[in-house]
Design a protein around this ligand. Sequence first.
Ligand code: BES
Ligand code: MN
Ligand code: ZN
Length: 482
Amino acid sequence: MELYLSSRSMWEEDVEGAVILCFEGEVPPEEAIGDAFREGRFSGKKGEVYSFDLFRDGRKRRVILSGLGKRAELDIRRSMEATGLAISEGCRLRVGSLHVSFPPVDDPLTETMVRGIAEGALLSLYRFSGLKTEEEEERRVERVAIGLPERADLQGALEEGMVLGQETNYVRDLVNSPGNRVTPSYLAEEARRIARDQGLSCRVLGRDEIEGLGMGAFLSVARGSEEPPFFIILEYRGSGGAPVVLVGKAITFDSGGISLKPGKDMDRMKYDMSGGGAVLGTMKAVSRMGLKVNLVGLIPATENLPSGRASRPGDVVRSMSGKTVEIISTDAEGRMTLCDALHYGKGYNPRAMVDIATLTGACLIALGREAIGLMGNDEGLIGLVKEAGRISGERVWELPLWEEYEDLVKSDVADIKNVGDRTAGTIVGGIFLKRFVGDIPWVHLDIAGTAWAEKERPCQPKGATGVGVRLLYHLLRTMEEG
Ligand code: BES
Ligand code: MN
Ligand code: ZN
């Protein structure tokens, strides 16, 4: 899709339709549009969309009014959702090109609007395709002009929105793709390709090297699968200081292993590499935008399958840190892979580590699909992630990691066990990981509830959401050096 800033009006621009984003109760000056308000056909409430045809000098425009809600409540989510709903309406009306405009707003919000329109357009137009032999032909919006008075300084906001929209869609493709396509070796190949395209450095460690490093916890998950595991390392250098380390869970299919999951909806567990996907997408976005940070992406990639060689409940393994771990459930596999990756990450002496993972079904129970579960050991870093949540619109909600919870992972036979009782499931995941990060500032993001959309939403078709790219990108932007 083509997306650009234009100082031309909806009548000057060569387009079939015009999206006019409106605040609730603020009647636009144009007569015909104002009439829609005055006659009660449209009020500008959030979620509201109203379309009609307008003619002038023998030319026609399909006009789509879309509500931003109250001016005082404007944020990135409102701007994205109003755009996304309008673009979907444009597709329904078979309009191929659109002019998008919005009422004047104060300055930081103009950038928010531009970014939101770009992201909203790209995210709402996303479709997963390529696996059906006959795709339905659909007329789609192919060109969007954002109508604005001449302002060279908004080009950056547009570019940021486009990159984030594209990379979020890139992650959606990875996550929607089935487990027989997106295997650990597929992810490793993607990492190599990204490194080539963006000038990053990339190393991919195979089973022998993983074993050589002593990553017994990670390997205990990979044992049951015929697909070889890989430990993927991507490094981006945008500055001189200590790096930020990102760790992404990448179970390319989670059957539960010997602690086999129930059959219902097990196919969903192809999404269990969403954290690793988010790390790949973030590395791409950060390098494309040239952020002034040093960044390391670590992705321990494997399947979790049962077999005659698979780990058993009750097995004890030795993690890279030296700590022994009792496997109570082979279905609590994500933390087994992440604990070795986090320990490996400490070797960089990082400023901060952030892991992102579809770690617990309990997170979906606690927060539903509306928020990422956030836990950590450092108030400063937690604050930055919350701020990035507000800037990006990817909402986070903090859960505590009080020391009293530590009792839940005490093992009778090893240093730690990989599950607690049935209580505080999401927190127990965080408590487990915390033991492997020491005193490095660290945040854990549980995206089990937010990585998949059960139903269509504005800017979100059913399926993978690509969550994490925008949050992590904006976190890193606030951590830029110099
Ligand atoms: N990938 C799953 C988390 C998950 C489960 C997400 C269900 C969405 C729906 C993870 O590997 C897992 O199986 N976690 C277990 C942990 C438990 C055994 C402590 C879970 O949540 O049931
Ligand atoms: Mn599992
Ligand atoms: Zn899992």
